[in-house]
Design a protein around this ligand. Structure first.
Ligand code: PM9
Length: 470
């Protein structure tokens, strides 16, 4: 062989993959100076939710409603049937929820929390307990507003950012049974199971676990309801990590998973690849009847639920695309690309890397900032100042206050979520993001904590304002 010829080392197991789409439309982004960003974040009360989108360079605040829709979905918008009642797009949506998720009855809602409101009002009576695999902000507030109290029964590993457990979203069966015995099954209207678990770092629930929780719920006559917002990402993790599922399609795994539950609520703004939309799906005809009645009070008629016909069409088509194995592999592959890069550089984050986001472990960035000085909120602000990358706090500010004592809740996890919208950013955006986070990590000793100057009553993280400690 010619000595000039470089031999390429082959490793057949390390084949690159690419996203199963190409770009047709682009939206310009804007780079700004560090001084400009420093002024904007101060103006925004050090809360990334209060920044203007035009002042953000790479927006990794959330994967909710930030998806790029496909040409198939955009074409569907033109087929919107905007009749007040009986829109054909509703029937398409209903058929796809039945086909891909397996539930019998479907009520559309404007987004996930519309469905959470309905399900909480229908199932919960004052004084009830709702066990679940870690709280989610909007889910818990609706449970509390209906008079219930959320009880965390997730496995302990979920609260440890460094535990490598492959299914950190699992419910601890012992904790669940202890609660049932303590408060009585008649005071537990349902078990609230999320797949994947957002606040734990996008961590999945195994099929074995949902099967066992289902059996326990059946034994005690308690319903098992699913937050299906990212259930397709959960199905992908089952395919990759659980024995017996490697050769199954994500769509088959999703159906099997849902079959263990009697209903579910959905924020279609995530898995289903749309900018707005949600639904509540139930198998119990009596509960469905109540939901169909209540939706007309809060959302709109039961065949549009606060949505335009075109939104329902985009959702119906998004569901079809969302269960495609190549799509979900590329989606989670991008999150893993960013996470692995940061891990290689020694940046502390939650492992295993989650489905929709990389979660930075703020206490390991800022051991000198106590939790009540908002280390994760500080970190999110610093990342914005560094490179215009917008992320979100998932720690003490998100956890809010205990409604009984009024004290801060102190969650064990104090994280910053670097959330990847679906089909929006390139690998180069991930590289820029990783470099910005690494820079903030190297300068970690200089960071100062924050204090609250304004705090709204509900879901304070959305609108709170803070200022830097001296
Ligand atoms: N999740 C998210 O960014 C948007 C609001 S909170 C910052 O992660 C789950 C698991 C969610 C979720 C929203 C909802 C509520 C329910 N369950 O936002 O009302 O992650 O559509 O859904 C957000 P909607």
């Amino acid at each position: 062989m010619n000595s000039q010829t470089r031999e390429r080392k082959r490793d057949a197991s390390k084949k690159s993959w690419a996203e199963p789409w190409k770009v047709k439309v682009v939206e310009p982004t804007r780079w700004t100076s560090r001084e400009y960003r420093q002024e904007r974040i101060e103006e925004a009360g050090y809360n990334t939710f209060l920044l203007k989108s035009e002042d953000v360079y790479i927006d990794l605040l959330t994967d909710s409603g930030t998806t790029a829709m496909s040409d198939y979905q955009w074409a569907g918008l033109m087929l919107g049937d905007e009749a007040y009642a009986g829109s054909r797009n509703f029937y398409h949506l209903e058929a796809n929820v039945q086909k891909y998720y397996g539930y019998k009855y479907v009520v559309p809602t404007h987004q996930g929390r519309g469905a959470e409101h309905l399900v909480s009002q229908i199932y919960i009576k004052p004084g009830d307990f709702i066990p679940g695999n870690m709280y989610f902000t909007t889910t818990r507030v609706h449970q509390e507003l209906a008079g219930g109290a959320f009880v965390d029964v997730i496995i302990d590993e979920a609260h440890d950012p460094q535990s490598e457990h492959p299914f950190k979203g699992n419910i601890d069966l012992e904790k669940l049974e202890d609660l049932i015995k303590k408060v009585g099954s008649e005071n537990i209207p349902y078990v609230s199971l999320a797949a994947t678990v957002n606040m734990a770092g996008g961590q999945p629930v195994s099929m074995k676990n949902v099967r066992e929780v289902h059996e326990m719920c059946d034994r005690y006559g308690i319903a098992l309801l699913l937050d299906a917002t990212r259930a397709i990402e959960n199905a992908y993790f089952i395919q990759q990590r659980e024995d017996g599922y490697r050769d199954k399609k994500v769509a088959e795994i999703l159906l099997e998973f849902c079959s263990h539950t009697q209903g579910s609520w959905m924020s279609a703004k995530k898995d289903s690849l749309v900018n707005i939309g949600g639904w509540l799906a139930l198998n119990d005809p009596g509960k469905f009847d109540e939901a169909r009645n209540l939706v007309v009070v809060y959302e709109g008629l039961h065949t549009y639920g606060g949505l335009a016909g075109r939104d329902m069409e985009a959702m119906a088509r998004g569901i079809e695309e969302s269960v495609d194995d190549d799509h979900i592999r590329a989606r989670i592959g991008q999150v893993e690309y960013l996470g692995n890069k940061l891990l290689d550089w020694g940046v502390p984050l939650v492992v295993p890397i989650g489905g929709h986001a990389v979660f930075l472990d703020a206490p390991r960035f800022y051991p000198h900032i106590p939790q009540d000085q908002f280390p994760a909120q500080t970190l999110a602000a610093e990342i914005y100042i560094e490179a215009g990358v917008r992320t979100m706090e998932r720690g003490i500010l998100s956890a809010g206050r205990d409604p009984k004592t009024g004290d801060h809740r102190y969650p064990k996890l104090e994280l910053v979520r670097v959330t990847i919208p679906r089909r929006v950013y390139t690998q180069a955006h991930m590289d820029v993001t990783a470099e910005a986070i690494e820079e903030v990590y190297w300068n970690r000793d200089r960071a100062k904590g924050l204090r609250l100057v304004y705090e709204p009553q509900y879901l304070r993280f959305f609108q709170a304002r803070l200022e830097r400690m001296d």
